[in-house]
Design a protein around this ligand. Structure first.
Ligand SMILES: C[S@@+](CC[C@H](N)C(=O)[O-])C[C@H]1O[C@@H](n2cnc3c(N)ncnc32)[C@H](O)[C@@H]1O
Length: 133
């Protein structure tokens, strides 16, 4: 498919993307500020661990899970490169309650549709029992 867009459309898209990123960063900063320094965080559907590793660099105690073995392998490789201690496990979120009996201060889910994960105020049953609050 060969589609062309006007400069106005492209600038509009860039502006929307910029404000989305800015809003996400503001939300992340607010949530993270409310946590204790060594808070336990579960990064669910962590992919290659971009957020898990960023959180570990800031001193959080992070676990990363993803349904894809390839993603988990790459996340482990990146953690090893940086010498970061993050426990990555292949786990679909339907299996989270079986995998973890421990509690987390924060369950982090990014770049996944809320329709799958559930509404923030009514989390999916898969996350039930994982969070402290
Ligand atoms: C768009 S990526 C987001 C990765 C990461 N959260 C980020 O923001 O960089 C979506 C990830 O969800 C994972 N995923 C899809 N279905 C899943 C499921 N049922 N349980 C756990 N992970 C799943 C995929 O393997 C993929 O790594």
């Amino acid at each position: 498919m060969n589609t062309t867009h006007s400069p106005q459309t492209i600038i509009g898209c860039i502006r929307i993307a910029f404000y989305r990123v800015l809003r996400s960063l503001t939300v992340y900063a607010t949530v993270l500020r409310s946590l204790p320094p060594r808070a336990r965080i579960l990064d669910c559907a962590c992919g290659i661990g971009i957020h898990s590793l960023a959180l570990a660099r800031h001193g959080y105690d992070v676990r990363g899970t993803d349904a894809s073995a390839g993603m988990i392998a790459e996340a482990r490789r990146r953690a090893a490169l940086e010498g970061l201690e993050v426990e990555f496990a292949k786990c679909s979120w339907a299996d989270l309650p079986k995998k973890f009996t421990e509690r987390f201060d924060l369950v982090f889910v990014t770049e996944m549709r809320l329709a799958i994960a559930g509404h923030p105020k009514r989390p999916s049953p898969h996350f039930a029992g994982c969070g402290r609050c």
